[in-house]
Design a protein around this ligand. Structure first.
Ligand SMILES: Nc1ncnc2c1ncn2[C@@H]1O[C@H](COP(=O)(O)OP(=O)(O)O)[C@@H](O)[C@H]1O
Ligand SMILES: [Mg+2]
Length: 366
């Protein structure tokens, strides 16, 4: 498919087909895959699967807590919704897309929560021309993604739910617990959810508002907290594979540089956790040093180097872009980065070429 960002079900179409073909484990009603196969889709399989003579590798897509993934999948087969919470860039959105694509075959049945989300956007609205012409009828009703999810028995994703006003969030309470939506405008208007329907909501811990979720609504969800990756090699692997995909999608035909990726991953991990590899404590910036942010710093730097310097990537470009990522929220963060260079990077520059080059870019941090 020729789109900037194809949905998970298109991107991994072959993997999903192969998993469906070989899936013999028990499935919850209306699920396209068994919980076991959904887990394999997200965490990968050691052995490839045969799809009409073609060998299809099921790749690992999420790195981190494997047991969390199993719990999340089982939650969706049960009576409660699934709430993924965590810092920005911890793959909450990615996970909810992968889960929906695997379970329901679509990841695009989605409500995006904003401060302006209204009850209509969550339930249904009306085609006013038809409403005036014919009066209230199912024909004139414009379904929301939640309505569609209930009607078809598929998953509805609800992104950034805590950005919505609390009273709007609370519309979900009766729907999640009773699996029915009343439509008072229609005679006998009621929609019963088909099996297979459930909700995956995501919420950023850093957004103000998370605490404003009512306890009644909280009780209708199983919460899973996703933590940032805490391993340089793993993080480097994600940055590299994501950067490759993004560069390819931008039509920039350059290879990624593993050493530079690891250097970037090390800096991000150390600044995020406030601890160096040698075990020293350092100050952390206010800015979110997420894996997603690291990917975008790499891609931005590689593209700048490619277009202006005719090189795959230079450390100067990397540092220039890192500066943008770190200092955007808070100017004090600039000092945190300066100190990181004058202490941590300087020390490592004594031992190794790449870190020395890295240290020599410090003039850009001002
Ligand atoms: N644990 C992880 N495993 C795999 N990819 C990750 C992980 N954490 C972050 N990423 C990367 O970061 C990207 C951004 O994640 P996203 O789902 O948008 O985050 P969130 O919704 O939590 O803000 C993902 O698409 C993925 O490339
Ligand atoms: Mg998100």
């Amino acid at each position: 498919m020729d789109t900037i960002k194809p949905p998970a079900e298109s991107l991994y179409e072959k993997e999903l087909q192969a998993l469906r073909l070989h899936d013999t484990a028990p499935k919850p009603p209306n699920w396209l895959l068994s919980p076991k196969a959904v887990r394999d889709f997200i965490l990968g399989r050691d052995t490839p699967l045969d799809l009409n003579g073609e060998s299809v590798k099921i790749t690992r897509k999420f790195y981190g807590d494997d047991v969390l993934i199993e719990r999340a999948i089982v939650s969706l087969a049960g009576n409660r919704g699934l709430m993924l919470v965590g810092d920005p860039g911890t793959a909450k959105t990615m996970l909810s897309e992968l889960l929906s694509a695997a379970i329901s075959g679509t990841s695009t049945n989605t409500i995006q929560g904003t401060a302006g989300t209204t009850e209509d956007m969550i339930k249904y609205s009306w085609n006013y021309a038809m409403l005036l012409d014919k009066g209230p009828s199912y024909e004139a009703l414009v379904p929301s993604p939640l309505y569609t999810g209930m009607k078809k028995g598929i998953i509805t994703r609800f992104e950034e739910i805590t950005r919505c006003p609390a009273e709007v969030q609370d519309v979900l309470i009766s729907i999640v617990s009773d699996k029915v939506m009343n439509i008072p405008e229609l005679e006998d208007g009621v929609l019963f959810a088909k099996p297979g329907f459930n909700i995956i909501a995501t919420a950023n811990i850093r957004d103000k508002g998370v605490n404003e979720m009512s306890s009644a609504l909280k009780r209708r969800f199983n919460f899973e907290t996703i933590f940032p990756i805490n391993n340089v090699k793993m993080e480097a692997e994600i940055i590299e594979s994501q950067a490759k995909t993004m560069l390819r999608q931008s039509g920039v035909p350059i290879e990624t540089d593993r050493d530079v990726v690891e250097l970037l991953a090390t800096t991000f991990l150390e600044l995020r956790t406030g601890k160096t590899q040698e075990g020293y404590k350092i100050e952390t910036p206010q800015a979110v040093m997420s894996t997603a942010e690291a990917v975008s710093v790499y891609v931005q730097s590689a593209m700048t180097s490619h277009f202006y310097d005719d090189k795959p990537i230079s450390l100067e470009r990397l540092v220039q872009n890192m500066l943008g990522a770190v200092v955007k929220d808070n100017h004090k963060d600039l000092n945190v980065l300066k100190t990181y260079f004058s202490k941590v990077v300087k020390e490592r520059a004594k031992g190794e070429g790449l870190w020395e080059d890295y240290y020599n870019t410090k003039k850009w941090i001002k």
